[in-house]
Each structure stands twice: as C-alpha cells, then as structure tokens.
Design a binder for this molecule. Structure first.
Ligand code: WQD
Length: 344
C-alpha cells in the first residue's frame, strides 16, 4: 500500500518511513524542509539501501497535493507536517493556526476527492494540558487553554472526527504522542532542531557535544519525587512502529467510517533529573547542568495510560529510556563526525 507521509523528512516522519518500508508499505514523502533537512533523505537511502519517492512541497498548496494524489495511487496518509514549537506558537499564533489547520483541511478535501480513506494524524499529549488524574487515558478531558500549538492539535482532531462523523468515507486515527526521544540505532537519522533546541534531550546531547555550555533544569520545586517535572519519554523508533500498527488497524476496519484516538507512550513517567542521570550513566559521561527557574507554561507531570494502545491497537513500547538516550547521543556524535569530515 502506498502511503503519503507529510513531513516525512522530519524527526518522527523519517523514522516512520523506515518502519513503513520494513513493514512492506511504500512511503511517498512530501516535505518543504521548513523544520527538517534534506540530509535526512540521504540517511534514509543509506538505512533502506534504496531511494524513497520524494516531493519537495507544501501541504498547503492544492496543486502540489493534487499532483501527488493524481500520480501516486495512494492507499493512505500519515500527516506529520505542522509547525510544532510551543514557544513560537505563543509569539506567532496566526502562523500556527493558518499552517496547521489549513494543511489538515486541504488534505482531507484532497483525500475525499481522490477516494483515499485511511488517515493517521500526528497529535500530542499537549492536548491534555495539566491533567488532574494520572496516568492520562484517552477519555481524560482535553483542556482548552494551552499554547496555540496545542490548540491546533485539539482543533485538528475535531476537524477529522467531524469529517468522519459526517459520513465521509474516512477511517482515521489520532495518535497522541508523549515525549519522543532518541534516534535510529544506525545513527544516520535523528532529531535536527533548528537553532537553539527547546526540547530537553537535544539540548542535553548538544551540551554533551560541547555546543552548549550547560543544561538548565527548569525548576526543581514541583510536587514530584525530586522536584523536577515528570514526562513519558518514548523512543522515536517505537513511536514510528505505532504508525504502522495504526495503518494496519485502519485497514482491518470493515466500516467505511471510523475514528479513534490512542495515547502513544511508555506508560512510565521520569523526572528531568532521572533522565539526566540515566544519560550520564548509559553514555558514561558527566553532564554540565544547573537548576534554574520554572519555564512558564510547563506541565508539572504527565504520563500515559497505555492499555488502549496495547490492547486495541496491539502496539507496546519496547525500548527503554536508556536505549533512547544512548541512541540520541550516538546520533549527536555522528552529526559532528559528519561535519568534521565534510569540513576536513
Ligand atoms: C521536557 C521537560 C521541561 C528543556 C513539548 C511539546 C510536546 C512535544 C514535545 C511537539 C520539561 C524540561 C526542557 C530544557 C528543561 N512537542 N526542560 N530544560 O515541553 O514536555 O513537550 O515538546 O510535538 O507537544 O509540548 O518537552 O523536551 O521541552 O521538556 O528542564 O532545556 O524538560 O521543563 O519538564 P515538553 P520538552
């Protein structure tokens, strides 16, 4: 089955392309490199020992989408392409609403026009805000007041749900990711944050690589065992495999209309300091970090209840936090190795 992967040159998209090929699917990538790098395509070619069909383009451009749907005889779509920086979305809400909502609406319209009925949507645990009860289940209410980025995920979920409920021939799954970390074990693809990383793990690996002076832990006065925030860190390869499993679940649906939501996490929470200690142990190095003030908007603790994705979708995380941190460090080291050989 030919699957359009929007944002397929990105962090989670590129890892999902690998798992799609491994599972016998044929991925077709569209990416405009607004938050990814062309080098990911070379990494994919080396891992897969083949080229992957690629279109450089924007999911907000009807002509680009029509040309791809016309030519590629698609069986489904995985929609990753979106702006995803929480802080930036607060500063530029209209850019986020325009890009993230319009691309999803245009994709749904184009899918309907070409009779493509399987959609996996990249959503996020950020839709829960700070949940009252932990672990969060899919029935946990989504909180309206979060970042514009988080709101775009909530609204896109509703747009997809309402389209399915309108009777359109659409089968869709929204995957609510927790915190993706790590990299492909080959070290050939991984996270490539533009500029200064806002996420914890790339900031850690860049600090360990000497690109950053130190990691600042944003607050240690939270109501947690060591005072630092708790998150559910999921290996990006596990997360990629969840998308393959979601496609299989969609394909198995006899109904022409289907919509469901799954939390995709490990079900385990770790504090920031536990993650730093694990990074130091597994990579046998000392990390320079300091405790600083809280970051506004941070959720104190969140981790997933994963019974539904385990039992209904038949997917479960296999990699540990240590695996993710080992792979993230290998990727960071390879990045500099590549640069040094290129610069000579
Ligand atoms: C994790 C923890 C920080 C950096 C966001 C989005 C989510 C998804 C992942 C897109 C927090 C702490 C971080 C640092 C720190 N994005 N931290 N020092 O905020 O949980 O989730 O990114 O899909 O939707 O909401 O991830 O990695 O930024 O932070 O102490 O330099 O690390 O306070 O507790 P977050 P994060």
């Amino acid at each position: 089955m030919r699957i359009l992967v929007t944002g397929g040159a990105g962090f989670i998209g590129s890892h999902t392309v690998v798992e799609l090929v491994n599972a016998g699917f044929e991925p077709i990538i569209i990416d405009n490199f607004s938050n990814s790098d062309r080098s990911a395509l070379e990494g994919l070619r080396q891992i897969l020992n083949r080229d992957v069909t690629f279109y450089e383009g924007d999911c907000n451009d009807p002509e680009t989408l029509n040309a791809i749907f016309e030519k590629e005889n698609l069986g489904g779509v995985i929609h990753f392409a979106a702006h995803k920086a929480v802080g930036e979305s607060v500063a530029k809400p209209l850019m986020y609403y325009r890009n993230n909502l319009d691309s999803t609406i245009l994709l749904l319209e184009t899918m309907q026009r070409y009779g493509v009925s399987n959609l996996v949507f990249s959503s996020s645990c950020t839709v829960y805000g700070q949940p009252e009860q932990l672990p969060v289940t899919e029935a946990t209410p989504r909180l309206p007041a979060q970042s514009p980025y988080g709101n775009t995920k909530t609204i896109c979920e509703d747009i997809i749900r309402d389209t399915v409920h309108s009777g359109a021939a659409l089968k869709a799954i929204a995957l609510r990711y927790f915190n993706p970390i790590g990299a492909h074990p080959s070290g050939l693809i991984g996270e490539l944050p533009l500029g200064v990383p806002s996420n914890l793990v790339p900031f850690i690996t860049q600090t360990a690589a000497g690109l950053r002076e130190k990691v600042t832990v944003f607050g240690n006065d939270y109501d947690t065992p060591d005072g630092t925030c708790i998150r559910d860190y999921i290996h990006v390869v596990d997360l990629a495999k969840a998308h393959v499993q979601a496609l299989r679940l969609l394909d198995s649906q006899s109904e022409s209309s289907y919509y469901d939501i799954f939390n995709v996490g490990t079900g385990q929470g770790n504090t920031v300091l536990e993650l730093i200690k694990t990074f130091e142990e597994v990579n046998q190095l000392k990390l320079n970090y300091t405790i600083g003030p809280r970051r506004p908007g941070d959720v104190e603790k969140i981790y997933a209840q994963v019974d539904k994705v385990n039992n209904v979708m038949g997917w479960r995380a296999e990699q540990t936090l240590a695996d993710g941190l080992r792979d993230a460090w290998r990727w960071e080291q390879n990045l500099h190795l590549k640069k040094s050989t290129v610069t000579g």
